[in-house]
Design a protein around this ligand. Sequence first.
Ligand SMILES: Cc1cc2nc3c(=O)[nH]c(=O)nc-3n(C[C@H](O)[C@H](O)[C@H](O)COP(=O)(O)OP(=O)(O)OC[C@H]3O[C@@H](n4cnc5c(N)ncnc54)[C@H](O)[C@@H]3O)c2cc1C
Length: 352
Amino acid sequence: MPPPSASSPRPHRPGWPPSPGRSAPSGWRPARTLGGGYGLLNGRFGLAADNLLGADLVLADGQPVSVDDDHEPELFWAIRGGGNFGVVTSMRIWLHAVGRVLAGMIGYPLGQAAIVLEQLDEIIAAATDELTVQAVILTGPDGTPGVFLVPAWSGDLTAGEPHIERLQRLGTPVFTQVGPMAFSDLLHMNDARARSRAGTSPPARCRVPHYSPAVIDALIDAAQTLSSPFSGVAVHNFHGAAARVPVESTAFGIRQPHLITEIIGWWEPGDAAPHEAWADKTFQALAPEALPGGYPNMLGPAAHRRSPAPTAPTPPGSWPPRHASIPTAFSPPYRCQLRRRLRTAGRRHVTS
Ligand SMILES: Cc1cc2nc3c(=O)[nH]c(=O)nc-3n(C[C@H](O)[C@H](O)[C@H](O)COP(=O)(O)OP(=O)(O)OC[C@H]3O[C@@H](n4cnc5c(N)ncnc54)[C@H](O)[C@@H]3O)c2cc1C
């Protein structure tokens, strides 16, 4: 089976971001794209799934199918944010010219986390599409926990400097390493940290509207109680172009600006229980603030039946009830068979 491949862009789709060039917007790994795909360019170009132009799949009964706007449009709708409805063998991806971005990392000590995150809340609420800022709670190079901002400015580099300087003045940083770089280098910035992990737990998800006082308290508590120096919480910033895609046009459930808190437990070989307890405690602390529904890509094995659709009350900018109308041919019976077949083939589970 050939690996998923990217191909040339096609003309601009009205109401969606333009596609002038040749760079992948936010990574195109298949399952990540099918579930949505948050990334540091979502303010400018939308989610990974928003840049999917078409795909070839093999359904659970072995039937190959090609989907795009004109072929099996319901299945095409479903695989843009709804998760896994077959084995994707190729994808056609909308490419963008990005050039160099102004990006990197700004580290603040944990004692300044509250004031930093309060100001960050105001900054991202007013940010233009070019600026997306991730905040990460983790153990810094000096062995103490802190809050680390990961900005990505994808517009004119000179115009971005005041925005970066403001992010560097939210407190007294312990370090700041921001400069022009290729977007691909930004994506690989944390590879060494990821490789250093010895144990792992699936990331738990929780989408919250913004950095409210309760969210900030939960993040600070998570930092103060980290069960391992490898664990952390990454907070992704969803806004701009991603939030302007009409909610009914894809299966991705929430289009209002929000944050997704990705709670990642990593640890050395040994007892997993304290680390899983930390991840669960952090998830529970954030849950009262959470928007309804779940992000298919961040549901653990025990939660993979959870619907990505919100439950009532439905907030503005979230999923209408169309998910109920995905044709039967592509619905649960097929997905169950697919899970069984992939399990037989040695795969853990199918994200759904
Ligand atoms: C440390 C960490 C950081 C993350 N950061 C982000 C982030 O920044 N933004 C974000 O949106 N998400 C993030 N995620 C979640 C990520 O989107 C999901 O883990 C996603 O499922 C990974 O996709 P993948 O393509 O690598 O699939 P895999 O991890 O290889 O597989 C995931 C599931 O998809 C199935 N699958 C794999 N290939 C295919 C295919 N070709 N067709 C059909 N099904 C397939 C597999 O069987 C499996 O069930 C992160 C996860 C981790 C662990």
